[in-house]
Design a binder for this molecule. Sequence first.
Ligand code: FDA
Length: 305
Amino acid sequence: MEQLMRNFFLFLSKNKMLTKLAKKYGLRFGAARFVAGETIKLAVDAIKGLNQKNLSVTIDYLGEFVDNEAEANEMADNSIEAIKAIGREKLDSQLSLKMTSMGLDISDEVVLRNMRRILEAAKENGVFVTIDMEDYSRCQKTLDIFKQLKSEYDNIGTVIQAYLYRTVQDMEDLNHYNPNLRLVKGAYKESPEVAFPDKKDVDNNFKKIIKMHLLNGNYTAVATHDDAMIEYTIEVVKEHGIPKDQFEFQMLYGIRPERQEELVKEGYKMRVYVPYGNDWYGYFMRRLAERPANVAFVLKGILKK
Ligand code: FDA
């Protein structure tokens, strides 16, 4: 049943008509629990509130799968606006983005031009940029562009997904760059030809890459809401004397906020991924796919109205 629901919401996440409708009608159906708001101003307010609780942030102007150049340029402009707001307001925040919103599906020229614009603005404002990892069909291209940009800029990292079979090999290749990586389980619907279908295998691979990246001496962001993975990370860092400034935990805005604060109180760095903007639909559907309890929460919200 859980698998069926997951597939259903991941299928809905790609629906172009619903994406357009969602943009038009604003944050609905409980999406406001997972999205800070539609404007940069609301996002800045949310970040200030989190920073006051000693939570660091990575902000994401929502958008994905853009297929025309003007829109990709506008998406990049919005990310630059977010970077400037971080600098101006002295926020403890990084930036995250999806390269399909910067023109990855249009051409190398468009995506590289937009990425360099963003990275220049980020360098000026002392902001670190993480390239989110999208579906499998974009994985190789994302890594190729990451490697190219990493040789030009220091303030860039990317994401590795534990559910892919290729992941350990990718980590070995990337190790030459001593990258700052966010490690996640993986959020897209992938075929069993490329990704572990069984959650147990995903969890085991997740543990494997957490240990591998930490022991290679690289900065490691463990992005999960799963206590078993958090506890495993704490075990590894204690056993191997990994310093606290070599790793951090990350969680999504609106998910397990009490646990986020608890980890800060225990002395760990915790970064919250704060999405904002009107293109919230695909992001929201992936959150529903991850957890049946999130669907129950949304249904309760709708029934109350
Ligand atoms: P999972 O969903 O497997 O849940 C495991 C356990 O965690 C649950 O059984 C429960 O115990 C606990 N749990 C989870 N949610 C809970 C809740 N709401 N309340 C209480 N307990 C809860 N993916 C991707 O493909 N590309 C990317 O770039 C990113 N980026 C990213 C950034 C950040 C900061 C995060 C946190 C995640 C991502 N992801 C991602 C998403 C990621 O791949 C994954 O889909 C989700 O994090 C869900 O997996 P979890 O590891 O959280 O555990």
